[in-house]
Design a protein around this ligand. Structure first.
Ligand code: ATP
Ligand code: MG
Length: 409
């Protein structure tokens, strides 16, 4: 697929931007050797709504990334999000055949945990192990070879609308790209921004992008709860456009240059001038009013996040707090407002753990894309050089399960 075959490519199909990171794997680490980002045209609330425009954005961004890295890209790890995503915890129990856990027992217990009714129009995106229980002993991460008679598995299953998954795969395939795996966006962001301690002790990852807010709760090293809300920074922009009667483009500029969620700290006499076309006098608006609009929407987003944290049942275990990623986490004052509403310590997550051109991608905007290459490195069965990807949903699911099993075993 590239110069030396040790490449892993992440394609983040966001609502506002489509970006690609090309990673080169070496002795356990990964270097960024290519990066490109273009505005997304065919997505809404994290989902593809226009195939042609999405195919177009992918084509542009891949071409740019190929130029920069000097590599031909043929396979990608791609993110998936949208309010159709559902995460559920499930449990499987089997009898151990020969009083010692074998690979076959592990496959069977996962099958047992998977055996819950999933409607035909949904598909399994991830089966994430939480723990195995051998007889009465819980908290086991590697049960292979353990003695016992009864094996149980707790897993977190992420499912999504099959049509949404197929549309993403179709857009990539139309560009001659194989999708190696679809990865839940907050899972990818968690790979690039969380510390091991946070993953172990309990942390809430919140990625506020343009069209969605993705939530993942981790504890004991694994995912416990996932949810995707159909709200993001673009809603703030449209509120500004409506509230101040401007175009979306102007509203976005006002948000980026003068926006803050600290309405109370804004000077109430500060006036912003909005340039108008056709030589007309610029229109004057109060900055405090702008910040009031922003604050109300951000408050709403955090209240919904809070509701999800409570719903998860893990609120009391999230002592280390919240890590915020996505472009909206760059909004002035958002950390303070988030801490206040969620009543938890909060930090903004900058992706790390990569080398090479890492400075270019060191922004919460690229947490998902960096996470995709880290996820790829972790799960690629042969260093990311596999050229046969998922031709259809069914091979994809089995392959995904196999990769997971390979990791557990
Ligand atoms: N400096 C900034 N201050 C405030 N908002 C910002 C800033 N930079 C980017 N944003 C906002 O972040 C949003 C884009 O974030 P991001 O790139 O993470 O979204 P996305 O991945 O394209 O979308 P999604 O993940 O929701 O599908 C936009 O709404 C943009 O206005
Ligand atoms: Mg995103």
């Amino acid at each position: 697929m590239g110069k030396n075959g040790n490449l892993i490519v992440g394609l983040d199909l966001g609502t506002t931007k489509t970006c690609v990171i090309v990673g080169e794997v070496h002795n356990g680490g990964i270097d960024v050797i290519g990066f490109a980002s273009v505005p997304s045209k065919g997505l809404r609330k994290g989902m593809v709504i226009n195939i042609e425009s999405t195919v177009d954005s992918i084509s542009k961004v891949i071409e740019e990334a190929e130029l920069m890295s000097g590599c031909k890209i043929s396979a990608v790890y791609t993110g998936i999000a949208g309010s159709h995503i559902k995460g559920i915890n499930s449990h499987g129990v089997i009898g151990i055949k020969d009083s010692e856990v074998t690979k076959d027992d592990i496959s069977r217990v996962i099958e047992a945990a998977k055996a819950i009714a999933i409607p035909l129009d949904r598909e399994i995106i991830h089966i994430l192990p939480q723990e195995f229980i051998v007889d009465e002993q819980n908290g086991i991460h590697e049960p292979l070879g353990m003695a016992g008679v009864r094996l149980e598995a707790n897993v977190h299953m992420v499912t999504g609308a099959a049509s949404s998954a197929q549309n993403i795969i179709k857009c990539a395939n139309r560009n001659g790209l194989v999708v190696k795996e679809l990865v839940l966006q907050p899972l990818a962001s968690s790979e690039s921004t969380l510390e091991d301690d946070e993953r172990e002790l309990g942390v809430v990852l919140v990625d506020i992008g343009g069209g969605t807010t993705d939530i993942a709760l981790l504890k004991g090293g694994s995912i416990r709860y996932t949810s995707v809300l159909a709200l993001g920074g673009d809603h703030i922009t449209s509120d500004i456009a409506v509230g101040l009667r401007t175009s979306l483009k102007q509203a976005e500029e006002l948000k980026l240059h003068y926006g803050s969620t600290l309405e109370g700290l804004t000077d109430k006499n500060e006036i912003i001038e909005i340039p108008l076309s056709g030589g007309t006098q610029p229109r004057k608006v109060s900055r405090q009013f702008l910040c009031q609009i922003i604050q109300s929407r951000v408050e709403e987003i955090f209240k919904l996040v809070h509701r999800e944290i409570l719903r998860s049942g893990y609120r009391e275990l999230m002592a280390p707090g919240v890590v915020l990623t996505g472009g909206t986490s760059l909004l002035d004052g958002i950390g303070e407002l988030g801490e206040q509403i969620l009543d938890l310590p909060l930090r903004v997550g900058y992706p790390n753990t990569v080398g090479g051109l890492s400075e270019i991608v060191k922004s919460p905007l690229y947490a998902t894309a960096v996470g995709l290459i880290l996820y790829g490195r972790k799960h690629a069965s042969n260093g990311g050089t596999r050229t046969q990807g998922y031709k259809n949903i069914f091979t994809r699911i089995t392959q995904g399960t196999k990769n997971w099993l390979a990791e557990v075993i």
